[in-house]
Design a protein around this ligand. Structure first.
Ligand code: AMP
Ligand code: MG
Length: 523
């Protein structure tokens, strides 16, 4: 039975757009527009996450009904649902872009589950909203599969993220020009139901601030603190600068942890615009993201960003800081004195440094990492990059290597290029011996060291080409690849016998194939 308890605080407590209808418009003085999903031809359940279903107190039997596909395909509203599109702005690629808003995401409401947790349900690709501008409000199957799989993969990796309940095929096609090069084609459409305690982004606060609407900004801040940060609200006087500073500091601290996780697992978000950063410190808006194969800090999967590489792997920590600066600027009108905002930004810096240090220690299997160990990791990064080494395979394999013996052959499978392997061998042998000295000084018992490394260095990540293979099959009507990947990625830190194929170097054919190494924002 699909009988959720809804408590739609956002639409109940905050001002909505007085206008109705779908026509694109600038919406002032309001934080959302009420809008229903547009029904689709033939909604069909393609995949779902049993863990997220459980969070919502749903049994498998509830999910596998025609009613479920109708509701999450946008054809039917349940009692208590109050669908809306949120109004927000954002800085895109370093420039203020004005009002953006949910152009193809429609929130259905806030479910409170039996455990008392609040989970907002949001359909992505459910049709146009007043924020769609000239676009269609829809999403294609390939990008929906990528969002569905990665949301769940990230969760199982221990990375904060929005979740995905289900993937629904719409039975309709959507026209997309994948590389914006004048070759539009029909693609199958799909809808993902995303689930998170809150989908508020930095950009929700930037928009009223950009319009000088401090009263609306303050209402939204007070609401966000009360609903999403109750522990802070309990500790400081309502409406006080101290409370606002504590809130901003908490966002900074969570963002630091988030980015450190991305760097640990080799995730590149691809579009870190301020409308794509969550105030809860969740990974949000899976678009042209990618996973590092050969270790390259300059790599970005996003072809739209090919020239400047603003959102490349190695720059994510700096970009998050820049984005937090934009959020600080937006909420500055709530402060008479900006010390609290500066202190928050410093929490980001300190938090990232601490989390990064913890990552170095865990990835190398050390109790802790001091400056020597940080330098050791830096030296390794330089080697990995120079010799074109697979990040995931190398760190996973490192736990099993006889470092004192300089046994680099045990890591051969992580190298993409035989000549580079031969050339880099002496440098890696020397690095391994230096590493062995660190291990000896640190003296963590072997079994503990290995366990620590295996918990920080996943064996299975959602390599770009694996996702693409599952998409290729799905586009032929076979969802087997998606289901299998979802299952493998449930236990990314376990060795899963019989599943070696999911823990291999990217094959050569995938190096330059669209969808495998290059992705556009077209989705
Ligand atoms: P993104 O780059 O996915 O974060 O999207 C940036 C903005 O474009 C957001 O306001 C989206 O809602 C909007 N957008 C992206 N794709 C579509 C689409 N197919 N239809 C309507 N709006 C879209
Ligand atoms: Mg977005």
């Amino acid at each position: 039975m699909l009988d959720f308890r809804f408590d739609n605080a956002f639409v109940r407590e905050l001002p909505g757009d007085p206008e109705s209808g779908l026509q694109s418009r600038q919406v002032h003085g309001a934080l959302y527009s009420a809008v229903a999903p547009t029904p689709v031809a033939a909604p069909r359940l393609l995949a779902y996450s049993r863990e997220v279903a459980q969070l919502l107190d749903l049994a498998a039997a509830d999910v596998e009904t025609p009613a479920f596909a109708e509701v999450f395909g946008g054809n039917r509203l349940l009692p208590g649902m109050q669908p809306y599109a949120a109004n927000y702005g954002g800085h895109q690629f370093g420039h203020w872009a004005g009002q953006l808003g949910d152009g193809r995401a429609i929130s259905l409401g806030e479910v409170v589950n039996r455990a008392g947790q609040r989970w907002e349900l949001q359909l992505k690709g459910a049709g146009p909203t007043p924020y769609s501008r000239r676009a269609d409000g829809r999403a294609v199957l390939r990008s929906s599969i990528r969002e569905f799989l990665c949301s769940e993969a990230m969760h199982h990796l221990g990375v904060p993220t929005t979740r995905a309940l289900c993937l629904i095929g719409t039975g309709e096609t959507v026209v997309r020009d994948m590389f914006y090069d004048g070759h539009p084609r029909d693609e199958p459409g799909a809808i993902v139901c995303r689930v998170a305690p809150s989908f508020l982004r930095f950009g929700n606060f930037e928009l009223p601030a950009s319009r000088g609407d401090t009263a609306l900004l303050r209402r939204l801040v007070d609401f966000a603190i009360a609903r999403d940060f109750p522990e802070l609200a309990a500790a400081q006087a309502p409406g006080s600068e101290a409370l606002y500073a504590a809130w901003f500091g908490e966002i900074c601290a969570r963002t630091a942890v988030l980015i450190a996780h991305w760097m640990r697992v080799g995730f590149v978000h691809g579009v870190m615009n301020t409308d794509n950063l969550s105030i809860l410190g969740l990974t949000i808006d899976y678009g042209p993201y990618g996973w590092i194969d050969d270790f390259d800090p300059d790599w970005t999967p996003n072809t739209t960003d090919r020239q400047h590489r603003r959102y490349r792997f190695g720059q994510q920590a700096q970009i998050a800081y820049w984005n937090l600066g934009r959020l600080a600027g937006a909420i500055a009108p709530l402060f008479a004195d900006h010390d609290g905002l500066h202190a928050g930004l410093q929490r980001y810096v300190d938090g990232f440094v601490a989390a990064d240090r913890a990552n170095v220690a865990a990835k190398l299997g050390l109790r802790e990492a001091g400056d020597d160990e940080l330098a050791l990791m830096q030296a390794l990064h330089a080697l990995l990059r120079e010799a074109e080494v697979d990040m995931t395979l190398f760190f996973r394999g490192l736990a099993e290597v006889d470092a004192a013996a300089g046994d680099v052959d045990a890591l051969r499978a992580a190298f993409y290029d035989a000549d580079k392997f031969a050339a880099a061998r002496p440098a890696f042998e020397a690095w391994l011996r230096r590493y062995a000295q660190c291990l000896a000084r640190d003296a963590l018992p072997d079994a503990q060291r290995v366990a620590r490394m295996r918990a920080a260095n996943p064996r299975y990540v959602l390599r770009n080409y694996l996702a693409q293979q599952a998409i290729d099959r799905a586009e032929q009507g076979d969802m087997g690849g998606v289901h299998e990947l979802l299952d493998v990625l449930r236990r990314p830190y376990d060795d899963q016998p019989g599943r070696d194929a999911f823990a291999q170097r990217r094959p050569d054919w995938a190096r330059t194939r669209a969808g495998c190494s290059m992705l556009s924002c077209s989705s």
